[in-house]
Each structure stands twice: as C-alpha cells, then as structure tokens.
Design a protein around this ligand. Sequence first.
Ligand code: TXA
Ligand code: MG
Length: 362
Amino acid sequence: MTQILRVDRPRPDAPELRRAAEVLRRGGLVAFPTETVYGLGCNALDEAAVRRVFEAKGRPAHDPLIVHVGRGWSLERVATVEAGESVRALTGAFWPGPLTVVVPRAPALPGAVTAGLSTVAVRCPAHDVAQALLEAAGVPIAAPSANRFSYVSPTSARHVFDDLGGRIDLILDGGTTHHGIESTVVRLDGARLHVLRLGAVTVDALRDAVGGAYEIVEPPAGGARGSGSPGMETKHYSPRSPALAVRAPLVEGRAGEGLADVPGHEVVYLGYEDRRPELPGSWRFVPLGASDDLVEVARRLYENLRAWDSASTDRVLLVELTMADGLGAAIDDRITRAASGVVVATRAELSEALGDVVRPPG
Ligand code: TXA
Ligand code: MG
C-alpha cells in the first residue's frame, strides 16, 4: 500500500512531514517533490533502505544515487572534510537549488549509495517540502528520480503513483515541480569544472558564477556516452512508444512532401506552437510550448511525454529538438535520450526511421 499525503504547510512539524520522517527513520521509502522532479527518498545512511530504492525503481546497482542535504548542513556527514571547502564557490552560488556536486565521499556512507565509487553526488534542494522533510528526518536523504528505471522522470505525485504505486510506502504531494528537468551534475577536477549532466542550471549560469575560477568543460553533445556519469545511458527518460528526435526545420515545406502516413500507427508530433510545421493530415501536432519560452517547455516536457505515451506500440512520437543554447541544450539532451539517441535531420531520414519503426527488425 502506498499512501499519498498532500502537503499544504511545508513545515517540519506538520503531521504529514512527521509521518514521512518516521517512515524514513524506519528504513522506508518516501517520494517527495523537489524543484526539479520528484525524488524517491530513503535514509542515505541505511544500507538496507538504499537497496530497497534500487529494487523499487528496477535500477541497476552500478548507477549511483544523489544524496540530498538540508540548508546549512555540513557536507561532512556524506563527504570528506576537504570536500565542502573545495566546492564552496559552487554551493555558495547555487544552493539551495538544482546543482549537484560530485565530491569525494565520507567513509561512513554505505557503498550501495555511490555504487562503490569513491565519490558521492550531493545536492541541497530548494523546494520547501524537500527542505522540511530533511529537517524533520535529520538524516541525509538518498533520492533518485521517482520513476521506474529508464522511464520518463515524474513531475507530479500522480506520475510517481503511476510508476511506483504499491512499491513504496509514502508519496508527499506538493503539486507539480518547478523546473521539470533534473539538476545539473558537475565535478571539480583541479581548475576544471566538468559538467556531467546538463540540467536546470545552465552552463551560462555556471560560467557567470564561477567561470573566472574554473575552466568549464561541457559534456559531449547528442546524448553520447562517456560523460563520466554512470547513469547517463543513451536510452533514458524514455516513453514506451517508439520515439524519434527531430532536428528542425526539416519538416518545413509542403505538407505531404517526403512524409507519409505510417500504416497501423498514429504519429504524434511534439513541437513548438510558434513554428508549427506542415504535416500530413493524419498526423497529430502537440505543442510543447513556444520556442522562445524554454522555461515553460522544460517544465512541461515530461508531463507531455507521459501524456502522449501509449502502453501499446501503435503510436510513434516525433519530438522536435529546440536547437537552442542554455536551457535548450538540457531539453535537447533529454529529448535525444527519450529517443534512445535516434535523431533525424532530413525528411528522407525521418521517412526511413519511421519505416524502421513499422517494420519489425530482421
Ligand atoms: O534533480 C535531480 O537531480 C533529481 C532530484 C530528485 O534531486 N534526482 C535525479 O537523480 O535526477 P537520478 O538518480 O535520476 O540521477 C542522478 C545522476 C545519474 O546520472 C547518476 O549517474 C549521477 O547523477 N551520479 C550520481 N552519483 C554520481 C557520482 N558519484 N559520480 C558521477 N555521477 C553520479
Ligand atoms: Mg533519473
């Protein structure tokens, strides 16, 4: 049984938060809102509870979790003494907020949290409910996104329940999340700041804050592997329906040209209301928002992917990349992974890729 408790007063002494803290201290699992996406939390210092998180998500044990800490807490409970000092410029500029720093771990932290790595990813969330939960629990909370492994991240309590209902103890419902995509993950290496995962804090914001002190190294484009973060699979954040990422503006031009119906399939094109392409009459166009309002596009991206996903495979999702910098790069990273790295750049490529979707392999 998974209980859902609506949080109206995000204070550590509110009944729902006391209940959630008790569940955490007992080794249970509590999903909670952060300003990015919902997290699936457990006591980070309780090895058995950490294993339960991996089980509930169906997440492979080699993919480490982010540990969440409260505002003003010392990093020493989860990281080495020197770690806090080394990342002070970053935490000073971005905490509480959607920046995760990878630092050398404290020996006391169970190995399961970090998948056996010598480093730990830490973040201090800005969401009131997350902060109240940390304060009520009094322990660092390990929390991946609260979805089944490789599926689209959750931005509402409803999404969490759809994925994990019956598998976890409690969901704190704090409404829909603000950023809608995950935190930016970074690691310091001497004078270099490696961006391991693009996210809600843009590279420009990092550059503005600490660009004078560090050389910022961006991840390889296009959802490629080898970014230095074990969880950055090319297929991730993916709907069940086959999905393709589309580079604009290939679909400009006459409606039918090079594009056709896909027999037995419904084609849903998720694009931008201000650059709506001409599509075959049977295709459905769904706006992700306006291309000049990427904050809103990011906020609603996962909600849209979930809404248009179909349990059966008779639907194909075409998701147009923003092709923009800043937050656009993070959005495009997620779209590319949702499409398992399949990006089409011309009408011919799109037709061919659609053909592959319809034709069973072999
Ligand atoms: O916004 C967020 O970051 C959300 C909320 C709940 O805080 N959390 C989240 O967690 O997205 P998750 O587990 O879905 O993604 C964590 C990412 C993975 O790509 C993982 O591989 C990486 O952080 N990571 C964790 N520990 C790491 C480490 N020690 N070194 C490098 N990457 C690490
Ligand atoms: Mg995740």
